[in-house]
Design a protein around this ligand. Sequence first.
Ligand SMILES: [Zn+2]
Length: 114
Amino acid sequence: MLEHIDKDQATETVDAKAVETVEPRLCECGKPTISENNPLCPSCMAARGNEVRWNKKNQKTAEKTPNHKNSPSAIVVEFNDYQDILEQLTKDAHEQIRTISGQIIWTLKNATAL
Ligand SMILES: [Zn+2]
């Protein structure tokens, strides 16, 4: 019973698609458009989307820091004058079989727990 209904629905969708593809609407660049109601093909649509995003991003970055591109969950730590701390971290990380990042997080977690 259920199978029968599913099969009917499947053939309906196939028929609808077949009708749509009879006369594909063409984009200004000559490629078929995404749909009947859209005047653009996927490439032109993507290009236009990038343009809009680029403009929005430029407006935002005017006020935000240029480092916004970096992952918000990663921090670059400069150990310049604290090479001994870096050495200790590296040593501890090796002993505890952790990554340096893991060791830093572990240390911070322990420090805040005290
Ligand atoms: Zn196009």
